[in-house]
Design a protein around this ligand. Structure first.
Ligand SMILES: Nc1ncnc2c1ncn2[C@@H]1O[C@H](COP(=O)(O)OP(=O)(O)OP(=O)(O)O)[C@@H](O)[C@H]1O
Length: 213
């Protein structure tokens, strides 16, 4: 499909009883690109991801993924700072949840090999370190057949070597799929430099300003 993978048009959001968090944010993301969203705590980065995922409606403006409003759970895959694996499932079962039945065992083996965790398939999340769980959560999100990956500080708790490896996997996921893009939230300018094709800075605008982004 032609056109940008993601279009955000004059997006505004105000939580009930709170201040306006997003104040007229517009940008477009082409397929094959990684857009890093930078900004201080509380500026609305996670709010932006929720709106782009279609998990809540904006106060004003609109989001289009492949030219239409995002369908929650279908057009986007999300990964958070915490791994959010299902504790009552093994690692392999957690990955199986997002994979088609056909070829599933081979896909699981390949995904685990990619993050150096081939020997963890039959373990439960609580038997892994938090960094290992996060690597599993990353390959799970990359395996979801959604065009847009929404990543909310996913590598904040990893050591430098693991973070570099995971950043490589994100770049690979974008390079190997014909129509895929990433919106990646971080506080870290170093991470933005390592990953970003483009950067959006959110922040508190000067008093009286009505624009953002
Ligand atoms: N469900 C909610 N109800 C009311 N206010 C909310 C809700 N979620 C977030 N907020 C407020 O909206 C603002 C933006 O929150 P958001 O989580 O989007 O910021 P953030 O940039 O992701 O912050 P951080 O970097 O700390 O995760 C904050 O002031 C927060 O308190």
């Amino acid at each position: 499909m032609a056109g940008p993978l993601l279009q955000v048009e004059d997006l505004r959001h105000r939580y009930a009883g709170g201040p306006e968090v997003l104040r007229g944010l517009s940008f477009a993301l082409e397929a094959g690109r990684i857009c890093v969203v930078l900004g201080p705590s509380g500026c609305g980065k996670t709010t932006l991801l929720r709106l782009v995922a279609g998990l809540m409606a904006p106060t004003a403006g609109r989001v289009l993924v492949d030219g239409r409003p995002p369908r929650p759970g279908r057009d986007t895959a999300m990964i958070f700072q915490q791994p959010r694996l299902l504790p009552w499932h093994t690692v392999a079962q957690n990955l199986a949840l997002v994979l088609p039945r056909r070829g599933r065992a081979d896909r699981i083996a390949a995904l685990l090999s990619r993050v150096g965790l081939s020997d963890t398939a039959d373990l439960y999340p609580e038997e892994l370190s938090s960094g290992m769980q996060q690597r599993i959560a990353l390959v799970r999100s990359l395996a979801v057949p959604a065009p847009l990956l929404l990543m909310d500080e996913p590598f904040a708790n990893l050591d430098d070597a693991a973070r570099a490896r995971m950043q490589h996997e994100v770049r690979r996921a974008v390079a190997t799929e014909p129509r895929r893009g990433v919106l990646f939230v971080t506080h870290s300018t170093a991470e933005a430099e390592a990953l970003a094709d483009e950067v959006i800075r959110l922040g508190t605008p000067p008093a009286g300003s009505s624009q953002q982004g």
